[in-house]
Design a protein around this ligand. Structure first.
Ligand code: CA
Length: 223
């Protein structure tokens, strides 16, 4: 899953980036409203962490423009801000935020809110996703096939997580690149193919991740 952190406090950005990458997410950063706007036009995000007081504009405006655009309508928005007044919180939710967290916050709570928002339309109501014999614990960042732990790299974990939220559906390599890798990835790279290859070897189950020629990959639910 790919997140956009919109935040102008550099220390907080750095801490968020480290923690979110460790939790298995691809993370891009925008330091002001214009940069956020540009990145939201170019990239596909699953969730935005949105500060409200930003250079060059405020977070409410970004939130409104995201909700107006057809492309990014389904993206989750978590407002993270020092504005703790009741009317700001109410306004944030009314303008289209999915959740609102007041600074200072505890990082485990931010992570739990991110997980909760990302699974809203997903197959599981908890932090654990199960598809056939595959089990993914998004809170502990662990994956299992049956009782066998899978020792996955962050990108292998990200690919499996994305496929497990869409079991039985074909997911293209471009879609995986957009949702599992960050903006520093060369769009012409073969990293998706390589990562799916190493993931398949670790799964040790033939055909669990099918290649659909010319279309992409499909996670089978029956293996
Ligand atoms: Ca700020």
């Amino acid at each position: 899953m790919r997140l956009l952190v919109v935040e102008d406090e550099e220390d907080l950005v750095n801490a968020l980036r480290v923690g979110l990458v460790r939790a298995g997410y691809a993370v891009d950063v925008a330091y002001d409203a214009a940069e956020a706007d540009e990145k939201l036009h170019v990239n596909a995000y699953d969730l935005i962490l949105l500060d409200l007081n930003l250079p060059g504009g405020d977070g409410f405006e970004i939130c409104r423009s995201v909700r107006r655009s057809s492309r990014a309508q389904s993206v989750r928005i978590l407002m993270v801000t020092a504005r703790d007044r009741l009317d700001d919180r109410v306004r944030g939710l009314d303008e289209g935020a999915d959740d609102y967290l007041v600074k200072p916050f505890a990082f485990p709570e931010l992570l739990a809110r991110v997980r909760a928002l990302l699974r809203r339309d997903g197959p599981s109501g908890t932090a654990v996703i199960q598809v056939g014999a595959l089990r993914l614990d998004t809170a502990r960042v662990e994956a299992f096939h049956g009782n066998r732990p899978l020792n996955l790299t962050p990108k292998e974990f990200g690919v499996l997580h994305y496929l497990m939220t869409r079991p039985g559906n074909v997911v293209s390599a471009e879609e995986l690149l957009e949702h599992v890798w960050d903006e520093h990835t060369d769009p012409f790279t073969n990293t998706v193919r390589v990562t799916v290859g190493t993931l398949r070897r670790k799964l040790q189950v033939d055909g669990l991740i099918e290649t659909v020629i010319g279309k992409g990959y499909r996670l089978r639910e029956d293996r």
